[in-house]
Design a protein around this ligand. Structure first.
Ligand code: MN
Length: 200
């Protein structure tokens, strides 16, 4: 659909703009995405032997996400889509690395567009929950909770739209170092939550 405006560029976060994520085929065709390959997720999955075996078959794209050049101020909103591709490492489902916000006291909303998955939440005190995601469901990630998207579907990408305060920032290091307390694995063909044997 055509936009009407006196001047400006496609990505005008000062005066307003719309972006076509073109998600019909799962992938954005108009906006560049950040990409995370299996080789970039060493030691994040619980089963290191399964991880190495999987990598020997060749690297694979685990997930991607939009990172738009929104001004990183408290009054702006960062947004985009996250796409987690189906698959497992051992019995553990494909997932994002997961992160806290650098400004811990900032929340986020994820709206599920396609697929079947979970949002795994965990705060520094150890409270956790895994919230189911399917098309039409919006997950509220409270302030202070790390969050990770997990695709439990058989053959469909998990696509979510996210929006959060643009200056919140990402803290990936805490999860990379400590891990999550819980994991989502397949048991008897069903998703199950177990303790993470690697959690420090
Ligand atoms: Mn976030």
């Amino acid at each position: 659909m055509k936009d009407f405006h006196p001047s400006g560029t496609l990505l005008d976060f000062e005066k307003g703009c719309a972006i076509d994520f073109s998600l019909k085929n799962g992938l954005s065709e108009t906006v560049e995405t950040g990409k995370r390959y299996l080789s970039q997720m060493k030691s994040m999955f619980a089963d290191d032997a399964a991880y190495e075996a999987e990598l020997k078959n060749g690297d694979k794209l685990v997930y991607e996400f939009h990172g738009l050049p929104v001004p990183e101020t408290a009054g702006d909103l960062m947004y985009g889509c996250s796409i987690v591709y189906p698959g497992k490492v051992g019995s553990e489902y494909h997932m994002t690395k997961g992160h806290f916000h650098t400004i811990l006291e900032t929340a986020e909303v994820y709206y599920c567009i396609r697929g079947q998955g979970y949002m795994l939440l965990e705060n520094p005190e150890g409270d956790w929950r895994a919230i189911g995601m399917e098309p039409g469901k919006a997950v509220y990630v409270p302030k202070r909770y790390a969050h990770r998207s997990i695709n439990v579907g058989q053959d469909e990408p998990l696509i979510t739209f996210f929006v959060f305060r643009a200056d919140a920032g990402h803290d990936y290091g805490t999860i990379e170092t400590k891990g999550y307390r819980k994991l989502l694995v397949e048991q008897n063909g069903e998703p199950a939550v177990i303790d993470n044997p690697k959690w420090k």
